[in-house]
Write a protein that binds this ligand. Structure first.
Ligand SMILES: Cc1cc2nc3c(=O)[nH]c(=O)nc-3n(C[C@H](O)[C@H](O)[C@H](O)COP(=O)(O)OP(=O)(O)OC[C@H]3O[C@@H](n4cnc5c(N)ncnc54)[C@H](O)[C@@H]3O)c2cc1C
Length: 391
């Protein structure tokens, strides 16, 4: 069968990423999923080829590409049947360092990240007691001389065990002492090798077994010392820095969902064309083909919003609404496509060897993380449509 047509730009980039992904077949991802393992060989190959350094500027030894190209890389991983969730953190976490870090910090970390010697895969924002209400987070980082002392707890901190550096959002000024809830939080770069050694206070990590093969953890900070040189940007402005990075994160996740969506549509149409029941291919029945066609339409539409958001971001223009809408539309479309693909496969959709059930689980995550669908509706209602603030 011919590849399914899609809003298809950056053909050369796509083909290069596709060639790399082709070395990691279905059996590879099935094995990693069954073992609840980390796709080390895949991430190493991606890093070695320079794809995870796509957004690092050339002066720090990266490729100096934009969010658009980075999103194409992420899309292709998922479109090939893989899972970019194992490594997408590096693409967007780095943006925080890039946009708000000092020259000394960029020189210290970016070339090593670009060379694959350091991984910046992890970002700890979510907390168990406050969830989506980020401005009420309870983890504190109190300055004592040339150190910040971090105490508190995070949850769902992903890829920590496969990262060297982690971005942490913590309160540096108590909530009672700030004018606005969004003030008084700061971003600190935690060197995980140091933190986990126990040499400068405590940090304990407890993995969370979950529905997807996604390495994610509870993290307990017990007076962990971090040098003040690791403060990113200015103290007290961390929430804004994290929000800045979220537009990139949402656009990249949208691209991954779109990659998933095309994968589901492709698998569904192939199966529907081959599987013969009642003497004809099941795809000849409109009850089977229409839902596949419908999800394809939705993915194509979401894809346009994704490219729109990415191009605004790359032009340095505001893109909060577009990035949120792209993420919402893409996550919804990929989930619908997952459901249709599973239904099209009948019982075989549940068999691990078809990959459908794995991708079904993987794509479901994106209606909840990194931001849940209701939070996007709330953002659009309040900030785009001017409706009264609900919380
Ligand atoms: C596998 C996985 C990986 C993750 N990785 C990371 C990571 O690396 N770093 C990190 O910081 N976080 C991470 N997260 C956390 C993720 O960002 C949060 O789970 C998500 O933002 C939702 O927060 P919550 O789980 O606390 O849900 P809650 O805030 O408790 O919300 C629960 C539900 O209620 C809804 N809700 C809450 N308040 C309202 C309201 N006012 N109006 C309408 N609906 C509302 C929400 O939309 C949601 O559906 C990860 C989560 C998962 C599952």
């Amino acid at each position: 069968m011919e590849p399914i047509p899609s809003v298809d730009r950056h053909q050369e980039l796509r083909e290069a990423v596709r060639a790399l992904c082709a070395r990691f077949d279905s059996a590879y991802w099935q094995r990693i999923d069954a073992e609840r393992g980390y796709p080390e060989a895949f991430v190493d190959a991606l890093t070695g080829a320079g794809w995870l350094a796509a957004m690092i500027p050339v002066e720090y030894d990266g490729s100096g590409l934009g969010l658009t190209e980075a999103s194409v890389i992420m899309e292709e991983i998922n479109r090939s049947g893989g899972n970019a969730g194992a490594c997408h953190g590096q693409m967007y976490n780095m943006g925080t360092l890039l946009r708000h870090g000092s020259e000394a910090q960029k020189r210290a970390w970016l070339p090593s990240i670009a060379a694959g010697k350091l991984r910046l895969q992890s970002m700890a924002v979510t907390e168990p007691s406050t969830g989506s209400d980020t401005t009420r987070l309870a983890t504190t980082a109190m300055r004592q001389g040339d150190r910040y002392i971090i105490s508190g707890q995070k949850v769902w901190t992903s890829r920590l065990q496969h990262s060297d550096l982690m971005i942490v959002l913590a309160r540096t000024t108590p909530l009672a002492e700030v004018k606005r809830r969004s003030e008084g939080m700061s971003v600190l770069m935690v060197d995980l090798r140091d933190a986990l050694s126990g040499a400068h206070g405590g940090m304990n990590v407890r993995p969370i077994a979950n529905m997807v093969n996604h390495e994610t953890n509870e993290v307990f900070f017990d007076h962990l010392e971090v040098p003040v040189e690791n403060l990113i940007g200015e103290e007290g402005h961390g929430f804004r820095y994290i929000l800045d990075g979220l537009n990139a994160e949402r656009t990249l996740i949208a691209a991954e969902c779109i990659g998933d969506g095309y994968w589901f549509v492709d698998r569904a149409r192939r199966y529907a064309s081959d599987r013969v029941v009642f003497g004809r291919p099941i795809g000849q029945n409109q009850g089977v083909q229409f839902p596949i066609a419908e999800t394809y339409v939705e993915i194509e539409a979401a894809n346009l919003m994704r490219f729109h958001a990415a191009s605004l971001f790359d032009a340095g223009k505001p893109c909060g609404a577009e990035a949120n809408m792209a993420k919402l539309l893409a996550a919804k479309a990929s989930w619908e496509a997952a459901n249709v693909c599973l239904q099209t496969h009948g019982g075989f959709g549940f068999a691990c060897e078809f990959d459908v059930e794995r991708k079904f689980r993987e794509t479901r995550l994106y209606q909840v993380a990194p931001v849940s669908t209701n939070m996007i509706f709330s953002y659009i209602a309040e900030h785009v449509l001017g409706l009264p603030r609900s919380f």
